[in-house]
Design a protein around this ligand. Structure first.
Ligand code: ZN
Ligand code: ZN
Length: 102
């Protein structure tokens, strides 16, 4: 079978900052907890993992309440935008910076 398919919740090294992200405690981690950068691996829905793109995705903005924060990622290659849930151990400093609240 295809080796390109990635198990969703696994430890990974960030393609942007090199931080080694451990498995998420409860949720499926799809972005770096330090810099919040992601990879374009989803096509239509978070977690579908069927995109052929594979480029890095920049976190561009955050939205929502403190309990339910979503992060908008935009692909650096094809400009596709995907909303993702913030993981509980994401770096709040970076999240707050993105939100423009500090
Ligand atoms: Zn990173
Ligand atoms: Zn892309």
């Amino acid at each position: 079978m295809s080796k390109r398919f990635r198990v969703i919740n696994e430890a990974f090294e960030c393609a942007h900052c090199g931080h080694l992200n451990p498995k998420a405690p409860r949720t499926c981690r799809n972005h770096c907890r330090k810099c919040l950068w992601s990879l374009h691996v989803d096509k239509e829905n978070p977690g579908d993992r069927v995109s052929e793109c594979g480029a890095k995705m920049r976190p561009v903005k955050v939205q929502g309440d403190i309990d339910n924060i979503r992060i908008l990622h935009r692909c650096t290659k094809c400009d596709k935008e995907i909303w993702n849930k913030k993981a509980e151990d994401d770096d709040m400093e970076v999240v707050l910076k993105l939100s423009g609240k500090r």
